[in-house]
Write a new protein. Structure first.
Length: 310
């Protein structure tokens, strides 16, 4: 090998390479860090998350700082949106923004209660069905098929008329009608996960079926469960709105977005459209943002995604 001298007088070996000036290190990221990174790349989902957070603040913090309550009456009767009443007032002089705040808060309570209860029960039901398979799976899935044949809106209307004056019971009724989707999806995921090597290893170590289901299977299908939860929130909001519109949802003195839309429908035809449009806008915001967040989570949690990891 022939020696050479650089212009600066430094000796190097021809055909050789100098040692690198810096080391290249790859930062290790766990699964949830990768999920978060992929989610951030979904701009619409991130924007929707911000909007939903603002809606939740509006519903929770707004009633604390706003000068009017939903049952406070003023001398401003049927006044349109103004600085004093940004959402206008109704025929009784009640501030409509205070009513929308209260309605949004109750609708969110119902939606999240339905989503939590429906996803929790449906996920466990589907996991048990998929894990045991055989006759157990067949019987459990036939029950799901039976529930799916029941017209949810009709049953919700029937039971909502009885439980509409108690939003928590109404939410449980809706959860009892909407859990089947979670059960079917989770069952499908469990049918493939139960054959993995780590499940066989857990069995070999003497783990009980209960421990395998709750410790190993459900955590490993958490991605689809999270997406199902977000979609069930939107479904619950729209279902409650439909029931309230039909007169079978939340009953007075409670206020929900659905009941406000129902009360404002007649007013909208009489030139007081703000009583209808503002609660309708918040229903649309909640449903759309939750669906976009669900889309972003689905893409982020999809193991087949190959987006940049830099």
């Amino acid at each position: 090998m022939i020696d050479a001298v650089t212009p600066g007088g430094e000796d190097i070996l021809q055909g050789g390479t100098e040692p690198p000036d810096r080391e290249f290190a790859v930062e290790a990221r766990n699964q949830w860090q990768l999920v978060f990174r992929r989610f951030r790349q979904h701009k619409l989902a991130v924007a929707s998350l911000v909007v939903l957070f603002l809606v939740i603040l509006f519903a929770t913090v707004g009633p604390v700082v706003w000068k009017y309550g939903p049952n406070d009456f003023t001398n401003d009767f049927s006044v349109g949106p103004s600085l004093s009443h940004p959402f206008g007032t109704d025929s009784n002089g009640a501030d409509h923004m205070a009513q929308v705040m209260a309605g949004t808060q109750l609708s969110l309570k119902i939606a999240f209660t339905v989503a939590i209860a429906g996803t929790f029960f449906g996920s466990i039901y589907g996991a048990v069905s998929g894990f045991y398979r055989g006759i157990t799976d067949t019987l459990m899935m036939r029950l799901v098929d039976l529930v799916l044949t029941i017209p949810a809106l009709a049953v919700g209307a029937l039971l909502g008329k009885k439980f509409g004056n108690n939003w928590a019971l109404l939410a449980i009724v809706l959860a009892g009608l909407l859990w089947t989707g979670s059960a079917r999806v989770v069952r499908g995921q469990v049918l493939s996960v139960r054959e993995k090597e780590y499940i066989e290893a857990a069995r070999a170590l003497g783990a009980t079926d209960r421990r395998i289901i709750f410790r190993h299977i459900i955590p490993n299908v958490a991605g689809p469960i999270i997406v199902l939860f977000t979609l069930l929130v939107a479904t619950a909001v729209l279902t409650e709105t439909a029931l309230s519109y039909l007169g079978f949802g939340v009953q007075f003195p409670d206020i929900s977005l659905g009941s406000l839309v129902t009360a404002g429908e007649t007013a909208a035809t009489g030139g007081r459209g703000w009583l209808f449009y503002f609660p309708g806008l918040f229903i649309i915001l909640i449903a759309l943002t939750v669906n976009f967040i669900g889309d972003g989570l689905r893409d982020a949690l999809d193991p087949t995604q190959t987006k940049a990891r830099a």
